[in-house]
Design a protein around this ligand. Structure first.
Ligand SMILES: *Cc1c(COP(=O)(O)O)cnc(C)c1O
Length: 391
């Protein structure tokens, strides 16, 4: 990443620089809302005319929602490796992977660490490839003073658990290109309101989670959530994976009125949430000083707002064992190049095991810490003490 170059290309951006503030951002996020983040992504691809016979480039070190969204329009996901020392797409590998059938690239800002979005966008546009930003992990991260999500042709967001804003399920699309916006808006009329039962289920999930979740109860809540979704009682994050991952009708649904009202309410806290997340990450960076973990470098001009704070653990297995005992919330995601798939199941979403070595390296080492409202000063101190003890 060369920041000087990045700055130069930011100025050459073909769309007018977005004059986003928190309040315009909030408004934009409630305009085109969908059943899930991947549905928003699918709607963007559809409006771009991406379909059968087309390739969409995505990064390895992602979750199955991303290739699923690509496959929902009949296109093929093609994997680009991440840049060494970052959780995000490598511009050099992007340049290598663009081919005749490449129609779009999805730039993921993993954990809220901005990708090298200026350089990635430059590489893509030079070859006539559309750019979509995956902002599922962050809403307010900035690069050179500008919010992520404003660099590409379009961006999408997700509101499920473990995302920066939680509304049960849901997603939004933001469109930065006037012609594309006209297309997606006219297509939006054909999206259906989900059945009321599904909306109630979503609302129940939000309230249950709000009551049950605290950083110290993380491991318990996680087991209960997994058991319930395995038993089919609540909708899981992932469906059985195959070429038809989820009913096609899911991909024609907008966000229901009830979850949308929860979303609007949650977005009201976006600014204070952002300040809290920045504080948590600064504290982790300043106080965790252990040879057991490394912090990621933050390039000049980048202002990440971490949805979760990632670190690289040198011996993750033993660390995670100790973490659980101490009731410190630490999540391992992603632990495969396409979470939660591993081994030959990766081929079901077009990933060839071994093809993206940096992504596989990081998937074996990354851990992440919470940055949400529930994280107290005491918890921050306990977490730092824990890591510093286990040097
Ligand atoms: C969660 C997530 C999505 C999609 O979100 P859904 O709302 O579950 O469809 C997309 N990309 C990334 C990186 C995510 O983590």
């Amino acid at each position: 990443m060369t920041t000087a170059r990045a700055l130069q290309h930011a100025d050459a951006h073909i769309f007018p620089p977005a004059e986003w503030t928190f309040s315009t951002l909030r408004e934009d996020l409630t305009r085109l809302t969908y059943f899930r983040g991947r549905v928003a992504m699918s709607a963007i691809l559809r409006a771009l005319g991406v379909g059968r016979g087309d390739d969409v480039l995505i990064q390895a070190f992602t979750c199955v929602a991303v290739p699923e969204g690509v496959m929902s329009v009949g296109a093929k996901p093609v994997y680009v490796d991440i840049a060494p020392g970052t959780p995000n797409m490598d511009p050099l590998d992007l340049a290598r992977k663009i081919g005749d059938r490449t129609k779009a690239v999805i730039i993921q800002h993993s954990y809220g660490m901005p990708a090298d979005v200026v350089e990635l966008t430059r590489v893509a546009r030079e070859r006539g490839v559309h750019v979509i930003e995956d902002c599922a992990h962050t809403i307010a991260s900035r690069v050179n003073g500008r919010f992520v999500g404003s660099f590409g042709d379009a961006a999408f967001y997700s509101y499920e658990a473990a995302k920066p804003v939680f509304a049960g399920f849901g997603g939004s699309a933001i469109i930065n290109n006037a012609e594309l916006r006209r297309k997606i808006e006219s297509d939006y009329a054909s999206y259906e309101e989900p059945p009321i039962l599904s909306q109630l289920e979503t609302a129940a999930l939000v309230y249950a989670y709000r009551i049950a979740y605290r950083p110290w109860s993380y491991w318990t809540v996680r087991s209960v959530f997994r058991a319930l979704s395995k038993a089919g009682i609540i909708r899981g994050n992932y469906n059985k994976v195959g070429l038809h991952l989820r009913p096609a009708s899911d991909f024609r649904r907008r966000l229901g009125r009830l979850p949308k009202s929860i979303l609007i309410n949650q977005l009201g806290k976006l600014e204070s949430q952002t300040i809290h997340r920045e504080k948590c990450a600064e504290r982790y960076r300043a106080t965790i000083n252990s040879s057991a973990v490394d912090h990621f470098a933050i390039p000049q001009g980048f202002n990440p707002v971490f949805g979760r704070y990632p670190m690289i653990a040198h011996n993750r297995k033993s660390l995670i064992g100790k973490v659980r005992e101490s009731r410190i919330e630490t999540a391992v995601f992603y632990d495969t190049p396409v979470q939660p798939l591993s081994g030959s199941a990766l081929r079901d979403v077009g990933y060839e095991p071994g093809s993206c070595p940096q992504a596989e390296y990081l998937a074996e080492r990354v851990i992440s810490l919470p940055t949400g409202f529930q994280v107290s000063d005491a918890q921050l101190a306990r977490t730092a003490a824990f890591f510093n003890r286990h040097a």
